[in-house]
Structures are given as C-alpha cells and as structure tokens.
Unconditional design. Structure first.
Length: 530
C-alpha cells in the first residue's frame, strides 16, 4: 500500500517540475547514441557527453520514439516520468535489500521512508538526468549483489552482472560494484576459515560474475566497442579531474571545484539531510566496530553486514583523498545516500534495542515515546517543507544550518535552474497580449520554454544566452536591443541588484526568493534601470 501511494504521488506531480540544466545535453546524447547504433552515424569526438555512460539516456530515447513523442513538452514530461519510474523501481529493490539485510520488514520500510523523505533527492528523482539514474541503478546492483551472495547460481551471477553493467553504463563509478562483490565474498571465505572448497567456489563464482559484467558493460556502451580498455581508461581520466572551472559558493566564499576543502562533502550531506537521519547515522557508524570484529574474529556477523559501510565510506574517502572535482553540492555522490540510510537504520535498531533493555517500565515507555516523537516530528518537518516548496523541494536545507533562510548568502540554491519554468509561466500570465516576449538568461531560462504548452512557447523568443560564467549576475553587460526579460536563478538569495530593475516575477520558498525575472530595456529608453 505504501509503495502504491508513492507511485500514485509520482504520477500526480511529475508534470510539475522544470527542466534542469543538464537535461537537454543528455537528451541529445541519447539521440546521438541511438542514431549511432541504428544508422551508423559517427559519435562526435569533441562532445563532452560521450564520456558519460549511455544506458539510461539511450533507453529513454527508445521509449520516447516508440511512443511517437516529438513535441518538446511531451519529450520532457516523458523523460521526467521515466526518471521517476526508475527511482520507484529502485525503491522496491531497496526494500528487498533492506529486508534481507535487517531481517525485518519494518526496518526495511523505515529505510525506504528515510530514502524518499529527502527533499533534494525526491525532487531530483524527476529531472536529474545522471545522478539520480545512477543512484537508482546502484541500489538495484547492490540488491542483486546481496541476492547473488545469498546463493551463487549461474542465473543470479548473470543478473548481477547485468545490473553491474547497467550501473557502470550510466556512470563509470559503477565499477565499484565488482569491488564490493569481491570484498563481501572475500569476507565469506575468511569466515569459512579459508577452506579449499569454499575458496575454489568463491573464485569460480566471482570469475563467472565478472565475465557477465564485462560482457554486458561493453555490449551496452557503444563508445567502448572499438577498444574497451582504452575507452574505459579515457573515461576514468576525464572524470578523475573533471574540467569544471566555475566557482562554488561555500560558507559564503567562492571556491573553485578543484580546490574544495576536505569537509565539503560531509558538510553538504549534514546540512541537506533531515537531522534525525544524520544523528542516527552517527549512532549506526559505531556498529562498524562490531562488524569489523565479526569479520576479523569470524563471528556470527554475516559478510553482507559490511556492504553499506563500503558503499558509503569508499567513495566519500576517495573523493576527499583524490581531491576530485565536485560542484552543485554533493549531487555527484547522491548514490551513497541509500548506504547512509542503511547505516542510520542500523543506528535506529541499536537505539531501539538499548531502550527495550531498560528494566523500569515508566522510563522505558518514556524513552520509547520520546524516540518515536523525535523521529516523526523531524521527518514531518521535511515532508511539510516538500509540500510548501513544491516543485522546488531541491532548495531544502536542514535546521542544522537554520533552514533555507540560514543558508542565505552561504551556499548554492537552485543550481539546476528548474525554478525558471515557474518564472516563464509567470511572465506569460503577467502579459496577456499576443506580441512576442523576449528572454535573456542562462540555459535553463531557454530550456524551460520547451516544457510549456505550445501557445506559450510561440510567444517566448530567445533574445540572448547568458554564459554560465556570468550566471546569477546583474544584466548590465547585455547588449539589449529591445524590451526583454532577464531570467535568473539567484545565487543563495543575493538579490540586491534586482531592486534597480522593474521586477516582473519571482519564485519564493518560505519567504526566500530563489529565482526572478526583471524587465530590461535599451539604455536610451527612459524606462530602463532606476
């Protein structure tokens, strides 16, 4: 019933969201890759997107073509629904994984609740074209990992290999799945006291799985067909130090993505996740000691117990140690959040067990009630924010940093520019005439025209594209030739300059302006900036 309700909710709201900054390039990538496979059209060697795994983009393009969608609004809405549908399927797999991991359906259901009631991840599960599909595929692959380790048949090895390939063919970091599979199997061998028969079965089982994973990875990624090894190496080299040179707003200072402090990821996770889940994660992290002890001393702790700790810690530590390029918060690491949730639920189970050991009835009942109330109130606060902010849940900040108001001027807000859709709709609503309306702005201001109804699209005309380096900035440098609208997603609410222009529309969340449209006119026009 809970999953049916979640699906119905997604169906009811998927059409509400705007177009994110990256969606158009990924749509083009899917079209290019499909034409390459079907028609033999060469891949563009100078395009950045060819280094991304093509699976989800190509699959979406196949579905869109089969449905006969050609209108831009149909295409965007279909892509949003497919992105959500993939996430929904991943939540089902996550439930199965957690039920096997915890041995309890209630704990598994709570884990799914923690996963879904994360305002940023929920919002981006509709329009983030790469990080959310990767999260979804990673969850599915980890579920098949547990399923395969449970009983190592050829059929399960094949399916786990396919899930691994799909994950890798969305983002190359899916290569972590074989490493995690090997680690869990190695723990099993160690716990079996390295018996010859157990070791041989493990080696043969992993080799069979690895062959399936490699075969499907190459099969589903045409870029790798000419030379799989060289292709993978070039992809790793590209993303190890991704050439993103635009500064990020972090604690009120502009920092280059290549020079981020070590605490960037932990801070972003802490300030954008409901606080109670963060606190439970800290408690669950203490269980790592018992898990490691169980591995070293061959205790009864199952080998799969190490899975969420590997899943979360290895990528986070790796990006810190390697100084990997990150930007737009921690969205590139969203795929570790399900592991974060599993560790949090371990913390909840640990606390629940300790509370139940209290011998005095009054204290035990009071402690149990307090724990339930704290968790429910905090999750309800996140859920209520999602309702109030919809469809801009992506600007959620937790009470740890003082909410959205506390983050003003300190951290990036609508980095994907999805609020531009509401701005464009407002411009149309504010001008009921039939004459063209000219738009200046970065890519989202223009991309979101495509998701509007056809009649509205015909009125909005691109007047000029603002370079990404100038995003959020005052439009003083624009060569304005006619009256037009400047659409921008404000950087952390810093809107002082907007008072010098006639404001036409704005999008607000909890009283904070996250995007705005101002009217701009040629310099000689007396109606220009005041």
């Amino acid at each position: 019933m809970a999953f049916a309700g979640f699906f119905i909710l997604g169906v009811a709201i998927f059409a509400d969201f705007g177009v994110s900054w990256d969606e158009v390039s990924h749509f083009v990538y899917g079209r290019v890759m499909l034409d390459h496979v079907i028609k033999g059209v060469p891949l563009p060697q100078d395009a950045d997107f060819i280094y991304y795994g093509p699976f989800f983009d190509t699959l979406s393009q196949i579905v869109i073509r089969l449905l006969g969608f050609s209108d831009s609004r149909q295409v965007y809405l279909a892509k949003h629904f497919l992105t959500f549908l993939f996430f929904f399927v991943a939540v089902l797999f996550f439930y199965r994984l957690c039920r096997a991991y915890f041995g309890n359906w209630i704990a598994a259901l709570i884990a799914c609740l923690f996963l879904v009631v994360h305002p940023r991840i929920f919002a981006e599960s509709f329009y983030n074209p790469k990080d959310l599909p990767f999260l979804s595929s990673f969850v599915i692959a980890c579920s098949t990992l547990q399923w395969y380790v449970e009983r190592k048949t050829v059929w399960r090895a094949l399916l786990h290999g396919l899930a691994t390939a799909i994950c890798t063919d969305i983002r190359v970091l899916g290569i972590m799945i074989p490493a995690m599979t090997l680690s869990v199997m190695a723990v099993e061998v160690w716990q079996a006291r390295i018996q010859r028969e157990t070791l041989i079965k493990a080696v043969l089982g992993f080799a069979g799985y690895a062959l399936f994973a490699v075969f499907f990875t190459v099969l589903l990624w045409p870029y790798l067909w000419p030379n799989p090894v060289a292709g993978l190496v070039s992809v790793f080299e590209r993303f190890a130090k991704y050439p993103y040179e635009f500064p990020e707003l972090y604690f009120g200072e502009y920092v280059l993505p290549t020079q981020l402090p070590w605490h960037y990821v932990p801070v972003w996770i802490a300030i954008t996740t409901p606080p109670v889940i963060v606190l439970l994660f800290l408690v669950g992290s203490l269980d790592l000691v018992s898990v490691v002890r169980g591995i070293v001393f061959r205790a009864k702790e199952p080998a799969i117990a190490i899975l969420p700790y590997l899943w979360f810690a290895v990528p986070v530590i790796a990006v810190i140690v390697m100084g990997s390029t990150l930007y737009n918060g921690w969205r590139q690491l969203f795929f570790v959040y399900p592991a974060f949730v599993m560790i949090s639920v371990r913390g909840l189970v640990r606390l629940w067990t300790l509370v139940r050991l209290i011998t005095r009835d009054a204290i035990r009942i009071a402690a149990t009630a307090a724990m339930i109330v704290v968790i429910c109130v905090d999750l309800a606060a996140a859920a209520f924010f999602m309702v109030r902010a919809h469809p801009n849940e992506n600007v959620y900040f937790s009470s740890i940093v003082g909410g959205l108001q506390g983050s003003r001027g300190r951290f990036e807000w609508d980095y994907f520019g999805v609020a531009s859709r509401r701005i464009l709709e407002c411009i149309i609503e504010s001008d009921k005439g039939s004459e063209p309306l000219y738009i200046y702005g970065c890519e989202p201001a223009h991309y979101n025209v495509g998701i509007l109804p056809k009649a509205d699209r015909q009125r909005l005309r691109p007047a000029g594209l603002v370079a990404v380096a100038s995003r959020y900035m005052e439009p003083t440098g624009l060569q304005v030739k006619r009256e037009a609208y400047y659409v921008t997603n404000l950087r952390a609410g810093m809107e002082d300059w907007t008072s010098r222009y006639p404001r036409v529309c704005s999008v607000q969340v909890d009283g904070n302006t996250i995007a705005v449209a101002v009217k701009i006119v040629p310099p000689h026009d007396p109606g220009g900036p005041r």
